[in-house]
Design a protein around this ligand. Structure first.
Ligand code: C2E
Ligand code: MG
Ligand code: MG
Ligand code: MG
Length: 274
């Protein structure tokens, strides 16, 4: 019964004290209908390559505007979507929508422009994940080579072998893989040599701290491991110059542009004068 399953779900949230139970229960009900009610949207944040002065890609960031409850932050609803498994259908929606949008983005920024999509551990655990994703891309006429999948560092703390296997499959299919929020997940550095990945995204905490020696060490290590690096959280002109001078491959943050609906993205970025 509805009451029974409701109680069961409520119990799920009782286990995690960091959430407000009642509010989350309401969110969960609303979130399960968000796709059908057309309440989900994607914003895009450009990734800038200082060496060429061009936008080389954009990260798709999910937005939920509940018709009853108003806008809800990803930090509030993504954990709920993960705990309930709703992230699986929502994640497929994100992939399909970003494929649709890519056709427009490539007109604006060129055919090599990449779209980055965040993928949670729950999605990777889906039995038919690779096949489903490939099917969506095929239906939408998008090659895997223009899509990057971002997984957070904490994903790799669980069952390394399974993560290795699924990432190898995805890379074999042509996707590139980025390790998101790098430096916050307490994974060992040796993990980096074991994971089939292409890119590191340095967490914005390190940029905010202005820890130049640490950032330099990450860049040197990434170079030795043949990984590209994107720095997150570039908020100021100082950050911008710091990472550009250090020859970081990609930079992303409010200083470059804030995440925006596709219709509001600038057709070109001109940061060289700032
Ligand atoms: P993330 O993947 O690390 O995304 C970067 C977050 O930093 C985004 O927050 C972005 O808006 C924010 N950000 C970008 N530039 C700056 C800056 O200069 N300063 C500061 N302070 N923040 C900046 P957002 O959009 O709230 O997303 C939060 C997290 O939610 C994401 O972190 C990602 O882990 C998750 N998320 C978002 N969309 C999806 C999705 O479609 N699927 C999944 N599984 N997770 C998603
Ligand atoms: Mg990300
Ligand atoms: Mg990140
Ligand atoms: Mg983050």
């Amino acid at each position: 019964t509805a009451k029974g399953s409701g109680r069961k779900r409520y119990h799920l949230f009782e286990a995690s004290s960091r959430y407000n139970h009642v509010e989350n229960f309401i969110h969960e009900l609303a979130l399960s209908q968000a796709i059908d009610k057309d309440e989900l949207h994607l914003h895009y944040q450009l990734i800038y390559n200082p060496a060429s002065g061009r936008a080389v890609g954009a990260e798709a960031l999910l937005r939920w505007h509940s018709k009853n409850g108003g806008p809800v932050q990803p930090s509030d609803f993504i954990p709920i979507a993960e705990e309930t498994g709703l992230i699986v259908p929502i994640g497929y929606w994100v992939i399909r929508q970003s494929c649709k949008d890519w056709h427009q983005l490539k007109e604006m920024y060129g055919p090599l422009f990449k779209i980055s999509v965040n993928i949670s551990r729950i999605q990777l655990n889906e039995e038919f994940f690779v096949g489903q994703v490939l099917q969506i891309l095929k239906e939408e006429g998008v090659e895997p080579s223009v899509m990057e999948l971002e997984i957070t560092e904490s994903t790799t703390l669980h069952s390394l072998q399974e993560v290795q296997l699924i990432l190898s499959k995805l890379r074999g299919a042509g996707f590139t893989i980025a390790l998101d929020d790098f430096g916050t997940g307490y994974s060992s550095l040796s993990m980096l040599t074991l994971l089939p990945i292409d890119k590191l995204k340095i967490d914005r905490l390190f940029i905010a701290d202005g820890n130049v020696p640490l950032i330099a060490a990450i860049l040197a290590m990434a170079k030795a491991l043949n990984l590209l690096v994107v720095a997150e959280g570039i908020e100021t002109s100082d950050h911008f110059h710091m990472l550009s001078d250090m020859q970081c491959w990609g930079i992303q943050g409010y200083f470059i542009n804030k995440p925006k609906p596709i219709t509001e993205l600038p057709s070109r970025l001109d940061l060289s004068i700032q």
